[in-house]
Design a protein around this ligand. Structure first.
Ligand SMILES: [Cu+2]
Length: 381
């Protein structure tokens, strides 16, 4: 039914049904309290059996897509889904047990709960708790407003990051000249973070001064280069991008050596090499690449959203998606114009837009067609 109705509509139908089922169960409870036992039995049986339908056709498929296929265990939605799934199975099993016990002789005597009335009450309580968890899932997926940003990293940001590379190398040289090891390590941390980006292996508070310093946008120069190479693998920029990439790797290695150094005297040679290479990478590489490359924008996948969610681009723009978290995502157009397949952390997908129009897209695991949950839209002019 989820596939039939789409993620959001199936969730809406299920939400309505769950409200009806819960009210029904509490009315059934009232019947029991007022001695209307036949009505009680009929009501609870109907509600529990009806719920089996929604479990099988809405909740199991939704759980399978989000948690199992997506391999998603992080984030509030997946965690709620896991708890909800576990407790929901217990609640439903208890409901079926109560029905069998109430209406049939199928439960062998040794499996018969002694305080049956208490068990029924507990089942109703558990059912209610699972309902509340379900509301939580619905809220976080469909109601909670997601951040709306229009800023997309572009070649302009790439050029700026190149400038930051040179200025941080300058900071490093000044610190080394003053034999200020702390300041040198700080500048070295900024260099590494600027180069690697959030998804890099050495990224973070490398000098252990209590703060993560990254003058860039967290994407990382190496990822800008990877995106450029993917956007135009045959272009004249591809081999230059590769060369710049190897320079950046050298700078990174030397900067890590500065961070690991025990005294200011040990960093001199590294610092000179970093400054020379940074200037060269900026002047001969990044500035030229940014000037010659066709227009490019980067959309980041992080915290189960596309940022920016909505973006206007010109025809001929290479649109790049980068996965910046440790959850797999996909980028798939509503009309299947493109489908990235699984993108793990650091994964890049490029689609160059060629004609004007609106292209809604979504993540196959955490979103759905029509702008549901993890989804975005490209407006091509
Ligand atoms: Cu996703």
């Amino acid at each position: 039914m989820q596939a039939l109705l789409g993620t959001r509509l199936a969730a809406d139908v299920n939400l309505g049904a769950q409200i009806v089922l819960l009210i029904g169960l509490w009315i059934g409870f009232y019947f029991a309290r007022t001695g209307q036992i036949n009505r009680h039995a009929a009501m609870q049986t109907t509600m529990v059996m009806a719920n089996l339908f929604f479990i099988l056709f809405v909740m199991v498929p939704s759980f399978y897509q989000y948690v199992i296929l997506g391999g998603t265990t992080g984030g509030i939605v997946a965690r709620l889904m896991l708890i909800h799934g576990l407790l929901g199975v217990v609640a439903q099993a208890a409901g079926v047990y109560v029905i069998l016990r109430m209406r049939t002789g199928l439960i062998p005597p040794r499996f018969r709960v002694r305080d049956f009335r208490r068990m029924m009450r507990w089942t109703l309580m558990l059912w209610t708790a699972v309902f509340v968890l379900g509301i939580g899932i619905y809220y976080y997926r469909y109601l909670l407003p997601k951040p709306v940003t229009t800023f997309a990293a572009s070649l302009e940001r790439f050029r700026q990051a190149g400038g930051d590379l040179v200025s941080q190398a300058g900071e490093l040289r000044r610190a080394a000249e003053h034999r200020d090891l702390q300041a040198a390590k700080r500048a070295a941390e900024r260099l590494v973070n600027l180069i690697e980006g959030k998804t890099g292996a050495p990224y973070g508070d490398l000098d252990k001064n209590g703060s993560v310093e990254d003058p860039g946008d967290g994407i990382g120069l190496v990822n800008y280069l990877r995106a450029l190479m993917k956007a135009a693998p045959e272009g004249p920029g591809a081999s230059l991008a590769e060369t710049v990439g190897s320079w950046l790797k050298t700078i990174r290695t030397d900067a890590l050596a500065v961070i690991a150094a025990a005294d200011p005297g040990a960093v001199g040679g590294k610092v000179e090499s970093i400054v020379t290479l940074a200037e060269r990478a900026e002047r001969e590489g990044i500035a030229r690449l940014a000037a010659d490359a066709p227009p490019m924008v980067i959309i980041v996948m992080d915290a189960f959203v596309f940022t920016p969610k909505q973006l206007t681009v010109r025809t001929g723009t290479a649109v790049v998606w980068i996965n910046q978290e440790h959850e797999a995502h996909t980028v798939i157009a509503d009309d299947r114009k493109f489908d990235s397949g699984d993108l793990s952390v650091g994964g890049i997908f490029v689609f160059t837009v060629t004609e004007a129009g609106t292209i809604p897209y979504y993540c196959d695991y955490h979103g759905g067609r029509g702008g549901v949950d993890m989804a975005g839209v490209l407006i091509v002019e």
